[in-house]
Structure formats: C-alpha cells, structure tokens
Design a protein around this ligand. Structure first.
Ligand SMILES: Nc1nc2c(c(=O)[nH]1)N[C@H]1C(S)=C(S)[C@@H](COP(=O)(O)OP(=O)(O)OC[C@H]3O[C@@H](n4cnc5c(=O)[nH]c(N)nc54)[C@H](O)[C@@H]3O)O[C@H]1N2
Ligand SMILES: Nc1nc2c(c(=O)[nH]1)N[C@H]1C(S)=C(S)[C@@H](COP(=O)(O)OP(=O)(O)OC[C@H]3O[C@@H](n4cnc5c(=O)[nH]c(N)nc54)[C@H](O)[C@@H]3O)O[C@H]1N2
Ligand code: SF4
Ligand SMILES: [Mo]
Length: 750
C-alpha cells in the first residue's frame, strides 16, 4: 500500500503536539498536491535539490509568469524524496523571500571584531580584494594552511576547491565532529566502511527497526521517515530506546525509556542474550566475522539483570526486545543514528550497534543494510593541488587518529594558541572562511569558539542570513539562496546510483551571488586562474554530464537521472565471499584498528555522571518544521513554530511549582544563564531526571526580526564537552540545568 501525503504529514506533525497549525501553514504543506491548480496557473518548473537540510531531496521550483515562486515539490524520480517534500523543504520558499536576508557585501571598517554595528556595505570587488589581501598576508607570515574553511552545505565544494588550490586542506564540516563522526569511525572499524548519507537502511523491507535515540518523525530525513511510515502501516515492529517519549516511541511496539547515558550497557546485554541464548546468525558470523569467541567471553557478565541496574529498564523488557530482533533477523535494522556525539564514548556505542547488526546478520541483507551505489562522475580538468605543509592533525599528535574527516572543533581549538602546548605542535590557524555554518550555535562551548575568533587575524563569513556568526566577521558575503543558483551535481549513493541538478529558478534577489561565482572570483584574485578555467559553472556541469551520457540540457528538463542497477546487487548473495576492508578482511567484532591505536577493541561501558539534586540533564533534538538554527526566521516555518519550550516532567514541575506556559530561565552546572526565557511545557513524555528542548532557537542577532529572542539556545547551556578520543566527536549531553523563575538580569540591574 502506498503512503499517502496525508498519512505522511500526519506522521511528520506527530511530534508537534501542541503546535497550532494555522490555515496558512497547512496550505503550505498541502499545496504541492494541487496539480490541477498548477496547470491553471501555467507554472513553470525548474529542477533543484533542497538545501533546507542535508538529505538533499530533489524537486521542482514552480514559478508563475511574474517570476514569483509559488511552491516547491518533490521530483517523482528521486529516491531521496519519492516526489514528496517534508514540511521544511516545502517551506524552503521562505529562505528566498525572507526580507531579513543579507543583501550586500559588508566590511567592518572600524572597531573590534564582534562590533557589527560598524559594518558598512561594500562592492563585491572591494570585498574580494580585501579577503585576498588578508589571505595572502597569512600565507606569507604563517603558511597557506593557516587559513581554514568551515563549511556545511553545497558551497563547500566551491570554497574547498579554492582553498586546496591556495594550499590548505584544513576544511571542516560540523557534520563530522558535531554529528555523525563517531558512527562513521565505529562502522568503519567493524565493517571496513562508514555509513554515509543517506544511510543505506532497507527500512522498506525490514521486519524490525530499532531506534537508539534516533527520533525519526521529528528528525524528518525524508526517505527514511517515509519508509518508517510504511513500516507502521504494515504493522512491522519498531523498538525505540529513548529517555523521552518521542514521536517514534509513540509508534513503537516496545519503548524503552532508558536512563540517559547508559545505552552501551543495554547494547552489551542484547549482544549477551543473542549469543548466550543462541539466537544470533551463526552461519553469517562463522563466514564473515572475526573475533566471535573473544566477544562471547567479553560479554559473559553483561546479563540483562546487570544492564537493568545501569539503565533502569526491566530485565524482561530487555529480553523481549532482543527476541523481537532475533525473530526478524536478518531483516532487522539497529539504526546507526545520525547525531551521535552524546557522551564522549560515542564511537564505542556505535561499535556496539555495529556488532549487534553483525551478529543479527543484517549487514548486506534484505531488510537490513543494503549495499548502496554512487555514480562515478568525471572531474572537470584542473591542475593538481599543492601539498599543504601541515594539516590540523599536526596540532593534535596521536589524537583522533581514526577520524577520516577534519574535526571542526579541532580546527577551532588549533586557533587558540594556549591550546597548542603539546610538543611538536606547529599548526596554528590564523584566518577562517566560514560558509553556511552558524558556528556560534553549532560548536559546543561558545566561550571557546569566541576565544578562537578573537585570536584570528581575519574572518570572512559567507551566509544568506544575518546570523550570530556573521556578527563576528570582518567581511560578510551574501550568498543567494539555493532557489536562485547553480551548484555542483548531487551525486549521492542510494539503491540505484543517481545524479540531480540544481539550477536557478528565479533571478537573484539583492546583490547576492552564488558560491561558485564567489570562489572563482576570489581564486582569480589570488592568482589561481589555472584552477578556474571556465566561464561559468554551466561549463563544468555540461562536461560532467556529457561524461555520463547526459547533458546539462537534458538535466534541465528532468532534474534527476537514475541509472539502472540489478536489485540482486543490493544484497550479499547466499554464501558469497566478501572481502571487508578491515585488517582481517572480515567483519571485526574484535577491532584490530582500535586496538592498534590503543583503544578498547570491544565496546566499553563507562558510567557517566548523573544530575545532582535540583539539576536535570539537558536533552535536545529536532522539531519537524525546523532545521537547526537556519529556519527559525523563515516566515513560513516560523509560522508553524516560533519558539521552543522546555519539556519538564510533571513531578518535577510540581516540586518547583511550575505551570504550563510559564517563562523561566535556564542555568547550567557552570553557572551560565540562558540569554532569554523559555516557556515551560509540562509533560509525562520526558523522564524526571532530564529536560528537553528543540535546538536552533534563542537567536541573539537582532537583525533576525522574527527569531531574535524567541526561545532559548541549547548551545548556551553546553559548556561541558566530552570529546571522544577516537573520533574527535564533541559529546554534548553531559550538561545539567536548573531553573530560574525570576528574570536574573532584572535582579542584576536592581
Ligand atoms: N547545541 C547543539 N549543537 C548542534 C546540534 C544540536 O542539536 N544542538 N546539532 C549538530 C548537528 S547534527 C549538525 S549537522 C550541525 C549543523 O550545523 P549548521 O549547519 O551550522 O546549522 P545551522 O545552525 O542551520 O547554520 C547554518 C548556517 O548556514 C546558513 N545558510 C543556510 N543556507 C545557506 C546557503 O545556501 N548558503 C550559505 N552560504 N549559507 C546558508 C544559515 O543562515 C546559517 O547561518 O550542528 C550541530 N550542533
Ligand atoms: N526536522 C529536522 N530533521 C532533521 C534535522 C533538523 O534539523 N530538523 N537535522 C538532521 C540532522 S543533521 C541530524 S544529525 C539528525 C539528528 O537526529 P537523530 O540522529 O535522530 O537524533 P539525535 O539528535 O541523536 O537524538 C535525539 C533523540 O535522542 C534522545 N536521547 C537523548 N539522550 C539519550 C540517551 O542517552 N539515550 C538514548 N537512547 N536516547 C537519547 C532524545 O530524547 C531525542 O529523542 O536529524 C536530521 N533531521
Ligand atoms: S528532508 Fe526536507 S528539508 Fe531535508 S532535503 Fe528533503 S525536503 Fe529538504
Ligand atoms: Mo547532523
């Protein structure tokens, strides 16, 4: 049975209980189905892929004769969206129409960094010349590698190319060390390759989906939520482990409201049950796995009774969940999660998840993990990049050695000279280019981020909106929104390999420019002309597309091109010999790579601190209609939810005498008080030892007219960072807050 739009939206809005859907917002979500209306209006459609989050759904921007954007819909041929956008993607139009957008390049001509009132508008020529001058100065004084790029999103390809040509490989995205880094390292150590995006989970064919903190339904990663809603319809089993009664929990056969920070204990006891009750996939393990006997010995004492004490879950519930998994095996998925930087032992938790999937035989099996394929698109000719003299790694000898991507927080730390006391440490970052990442909201420990920024000689920010980070720049460059620009092709792995095109649907508003244009202009100003031998990006796209039997002209019509592939190739065949890219060529239950780097070869359970009296663990996550801090000022999405609230258990609320809707301030274990107040939401859906809030609110930039001062920022409360020594992932869930019922700033003034 096909999931209808209505059912899908129903699922997507489940987590939004209590949010009033105005008629305007409901129309926004539904108008994409009105195809007849489309014909009446004679709308023109232009291909794009979405930039509201990094699922990168391909779709269409529909414009009328006057050039107004009327709606954005999914492309039916796209595997990421299956023709349907999530509420955020549908509301992406608001990014284009937001009247608070950055409009012209800005230069701070006097004052100190952070004094954004001294910004003055400038021409593109002047801004680019100033940036190039500063980059060259840093290069002469310290070396090209002392310029670093922080980036999230499509612009990274363009600025990354420019920076590598300049001589620096210090290019970092928060999607590693603040997001999926530990999981990539954990899976790579086990199976020889990471998980990647979109996660190759065969939810469509699974019998049992286990979610360890993944809050799908609030986390709106489109294709996955669609497949999960199908699973619900066909009465498949969902098991959710979450201290909070999430949307997913409400759809689950088993909900395990675990004591936060104890997941590894639960995972080890599941492995124990499967092995000691002979429920694991023996044939699969015998053929593919390395280290089974040692694992068996290692988990001997991790009984459900032991785990019960750690996790506060009942032993029979733990067993029941393990039996469900075993019954479904191999069509079972223990979801690897996405934002997994929680407690600093996150690679070990990801390893436990990987091991569990391995002994259930789900990796490479129908209903488990499928084998995704990516299309090989030719590179546009350019000279080889110069070899950087040093990299960020030189600042951290012996640390994060298994991280395959650059650790963004590592770049930040390497910018603060005080941090660089390790002998042999030479790398010292002096200039930042920040593109599409609001580092103040994104990196934990704001004070540390600001300290790094203060030590810089130069900082440029490329963004579409005035954000917290733009306020700290020396030069701000306004990028146009994804609706107004070309970008590189989306070449993502999936069940079938496919490519997708993004092209301008409308003229650029204001004096904004696309990243490819900015990077080329800056590259040329730096004298790197050999790396930019094209007039426009269309030349690159056409070259690449012709190399795969298509063309820019064809893609402008179809938007997505999918290449055929036999469904047999999605899974391992019975008895097939597989060479895993690990040291042993096998699935490493015992990890040689971790052992060689001096880490525990089996996942180790560590007891983490629990909150003290009067304090509650700060737990945070997503709302279906928002993406991080980037959508909170979006006129359509702010209409669906314009501030966050703090979820508090009724028992706790009673003790404090709090009422629903009351405004309070949060104060964390280090005495940091939230800049703004936040509304109380009293609900049984959160444990008594924790509170919960949606990330992305509490903006402090006054130029965000809708979002300024609305709700509170979780990031302000995250000052205790538990860094994972294996992956560099910044564990953010070891922070505790208490409540202030009176305005602390008024008191200070009085
Ligand atoms: N406290 C806390 N921190 C977190 C998280 C959390 O839940 N809580 N989540 C973590 C995770 S999982 C991730 S992936 C990261 C996400 O981190 P980020 O990607 O940094 O998230 P945003 O806050 O949305 O910041 C995006 C910035 O890009 C700008 N932008 C949007 N579109 C464009 C564009 O087309 N071009 C350009 N140049 N700029 C654009 C926005 O205006 C905004 O300033 O955050 C991580 N950090
Ligand atoms: N709508 C929307 N969807 C998004 C995004 C967005 O911004 N908006 N961002 C996307 C991105 S980049 C990412 S990385 C993902 C993030 O989304 P996910 O990877 O699905 O989830 P997390 O952020 O890791 O975790 C949030 C959940 O973990 C639970 N939790 C907290 N502590 C614990 C614990 O100790 N144990 C367990 N088992 N659970 C715990 C919380 O209650 C919450 O339900 O979402 C993606 N999808
Ligand atoms: S999941 Fe939603 S926001 Fe993310 S890319 Fe797809 S439509 Fe856009
Ligand atoms: Mo993320």
């Amino acid at each position: 049975m096909k999931t209808t739009r209505r059912q899908f939206i129903k699922i997507s809005s489940l987590g939004a209980a209590g949010v009033a859907f105005t008629s305007q917002s409901v129309n926004l979500m539904y108008n994409q189905t009105s195809t007849e209306k489309t014909d009446d209006l004679k709308l023109n459609r232009t291909p794009t892929y979405c930039e509201v989050c990094f699922w990168k759904c391909a779709g269409w921007v529909h414009t009328d004769k006057e050039g107004n954007v009327r709606k954005i819909t999914g492309n039916d041929d796209d595997q990421h969206s299956n023709g349907r956008f999530c509420p955020r993607g549908t509301g992406g139009i608001g990014m284009y129409y937001d009247e608070n957008r950055l409009k012209k390049p800005l230069i701070r001509r006097k004052g100190e960094r952070g004094e954004s009132e001294y910004f003055e508008e400038a021409s593109w020529d002047e801004a680019i010349e100033l940036i190039a001058k500063n980059m060259n100065e840093v290069k002469e004084k310290y070396g090209a590698e002392c310029v670093a790029l922080f980036t999230h999103g499509s612009g990274g390809k363009h600025f990354g190319h420019m920076l590598k040509a300049f001589g620096s490989s210090n290019i970092a995205a928060p999607s590693f060390a603040q997001c999926r880094g530990p999981r990539e390292v954990g899976f790579e150590a086990t199976f020889g390759s990471g998980v990647g995006s979109p996660e190759p989970l065969d939810i469509r064919n699974t019998k049992c989906l286990v979610l360890i903190g993944s809050h799908l339904g609030e986390n709106m990663h489109n294709g996955q939520v669609q497949e999960m809603s199908q699973l619900i319809e066909r009465n498949g089993t969902i098991i959710t482990v979450d201290p909070r009664f999430s949307t997913a929990a409400s759809k689950s056969k088993i909900w395990l409201p675990i004591r936060p920070a104890t997941d590894i204990a639960l995972l080890l006891s599941w492995i124990h049950i499967l092995i000691y009750e002979n429920l694991y996939d023996k044939e699969y393990v015998d053929k593919y796995a390395y280290g089974f006997e040692d694992l068996k010995e290692y988990v001997k004492d991790f009984t459900p009774e032991w785990a019960a004490i750690e996790t506060s879950l009942e032993p029979h519930k733990i067993r029941e969940a393990a039996y469900e998994m075993a019954n479904a095996s191999p069509a079972v998925i223990v979801h690897p999660g996405r934002h997994v930087t929680w407690y600093g032992d996150d690679t070990q938790r990801s390893r436990a998840i990987a091991i569990l999937n391995a002994i259930l035989g789900s990796y490479g099996r129908r209903g488990g993990f499928y084998i995704a394929e990516k299309y090989k698109v030719p590179k546009f000719p350019a000279p080889k990049y110069p070899k950087p003299r040093r990299t960020w790694r030189d600042a951290f000898p012996g640390k994060y050695t298994l991280a395959k991507e650059v650790v963004s927080s590592g770049i930040c730390d390497a910018t603060i000279p005080l941090n660089l006391t390790t002998p042999g440490n030479t790398c010292n970052i002096k200039a930042w280019i920040v593109n599409g990442t609001n580092l103040i909201a994104t990196l934990p420990n704001i004070e540390n981020t600001l300290s790094a920024i203060q030590h810089l000689e130069f900082m440029v920010v490329v963004d579409t909106m005035p954000m917290e980070i733009t306020g700290w720049a020396d030069v701000v460059l306004p990028e146009n929104t994804y609706i107004e620009r070309y970008d590189m092709l989306r070449v993502a792995k999936h069940r079938k390999p496919a490519v997708a095109l993004r092209m301008p649907a409308v003229e650029s508003k204001y004096d904004s420019k696309p990243a490819w244009w900015i990077a080329k202009k800056l590259g040329e100003e730096l004298g790197l002309n050999d790396y930019f031998k094209y007039e426009s990006i269309e030349e690159i796209l056409d070259y690449q597309l012709k190399g795969i039997g298509s063309s820019l002209a064809e893609m402008q019509k179809i938007g997505v091109k999918t290449f055929e592939r036999s469904y047999d190739d999605l899974y391992y065949k019975d008895g097939e010999d597989i060479e895993f890219k690990t040291a042993t060529g096998k699935i490493e239950l015992y990890s040689i790579a971790l052992e060689q780097e001096g880490f525990d070869p089996f996942p180790k359970y560590t007891k983490h601190p629990q909150p003290e009296e009067g304090y509650y663990r700060l737990n945070y996550g997503r709302a279906p209609m928002h993406t991080f801090s980037r959508t909170t000022n979006n006129p359509y999405l702010a209409d669906l939810m314009d501030e966050n609230s703090v979820w508090i258990n009724p028992t706790v609320a009673n003790e404090w005498g709090l009422e629903n809707g009351q405004r309070i301030w949060l104060q964390n274990q280090d005495g940091i008080i939230s800049s703004f107040s936040i509304k109380v939401r009293i609900t049984e859906r959160i444990r008594f030892d924790s509170v919960y809030m949606v990330h992305g609110f509490g903006h402090t930039n006054k130029d965000l007219k809708r979002a300024y001062g609305r709700g509170a920022a979780d990031t302000e409360m995250i000052t205790n960072v538990m860094t994972d020594p294996i992956s560099g992932g910044t564990g953010m869930r070891g922070n505790f807050v208490t409540f202030l019922t009176d305005d602390p700033r008024e008191e200070a003034e009085a």
